[in-house]
Design a protein around this ligand. Sequence first.
Ligand SMILES: [Zn+2]
Length: 77
Amino acid sequence: MIGRLLFIAVVIVALYWLLRSFLKRPAANDESSPSQVKDMVRCAQCGVHLPKEESVTAGSRFFCCEDHRRAFENRSE
Ligand SMILES: [Zn+2]
């Protein structure tokens, strides 16, 4: 009977210790969320999404390539 109580006590202590070490662990998951995604733009001609740095800018519009920038300007004229 005492042996069973001791076993339960050991299990509780072990669970408590495991939980504590788990909660103590630094939250490294925050770095996994990419911050580059926010600078995505949409090509006004074909609608493809691409990083802002790789896009062709014409005024307030963005394009995936120089061809689409020209095609869009020819279409609107
Ligand atoms: Zn395009």
